[in-house]
Design a protein around this ligand. Sequence first.
Ligand code: SAM
Ligand code: SF4
Length: 333
Amino acid sequence: METKRHCLIDHYGRRLNYLRISITDRCNLRCLYCMPPKGLEKLRHEDILTYEEILRLARIAARLGVDKIRLTGGEPLVRKDFPYLLPELISIPGLKDVSITTNGIYLKEHLENIRSAGMKRINISLDSLKRERYRQITGFDGFDRVREAIQLALKMDFHPIKINMVVLKGINDDEVADFARLSVRYPFHVRFIEYMPSGLFFHNEPLHYVSNTVIRERFEAIGPLIQLPRKAIDGPTVRYRFESALGEIGFISPLTHHFCQECNRLRLTPKGHLRPCLLSDQELDLKGPMRAGATDRDLEKIFAEAAAHKPRAHHLNSEDEISLEGRMSAIGG
Ligand code: SAM
Ligand code: SF4
């Protein structure tokens, strides 16, 4: 039996028990805030971690006290070996929570496998409830597919089904109340995410964030909001519920309310780099040493080094643009 040796604790006393694994840099959408319309140069197949390498690193992370893993991307469901990876990942001793963040386009056909692998919760990114607007934001006429996937996930009793909306001023912010109302009628956990301005791409018009404080004010007409007690798994989300609602809403405010002091995350990129902070371009290579014959003990040391390099906080504020050299679509958000 594998034994837990020690925990990853950084210089500021934060226990790093959450690993986000971006399993591919590829995506079938071109969301305005994440990818340029023509996409990005793709990593070469041989530069991406294999499924066995991902599992090996996940096992090492679990032995170091990581108990929560989220699969992300790019779009995780475009990776062909996803159905094989998931059950193996879920069966790693020590992991209590394995979940996925998906754009939902291929979700419907994967739901049965996902559930039989033992995953119960699911995060779906959806930025508009209007078909044509969805197409304008994502570059793909896929709204009906995502809606059908959400309906099926509901029927199959996935819980919670989280719906993540990135709010963009003048583009979809007029829909925030409609999204919030979804949490009244359905047991969805709707999350409003402040857009983090990326300076990487040129759009005809620059994109602007809307602060979550402003968004909350728009919910007054729906009814009083009850703040929910904080749970360890909440991460950066501040949660509320409308009276007699079946679901809840939550705010993730990277710009207006830094949550760095509670950040428990490390990120593994598709090319096998460990990234201590989303908003810092510092990364430590795991794939190179692994392919050169590093032992598990050697790789554990790289994990420990990443923990030691985790910055106390990011300094991004609403006036800044982030460079995200590593690109959001490859890092996984
Ligand atoms: N493709 C999957 C999806 O969209 O759910 C997973 C990867 S995506 C990079 C993960 C999350 O990052 C999504 O919820 C997306 O909305 C969010 N995201 C991407 N770029 C962002 C930005 N500039 N600001 C805020 N959130 C962003
Ligand atoms: Fe793809 Fe997700 Fe980025 Fe949209 S947010 S382009 S779905 S990786």
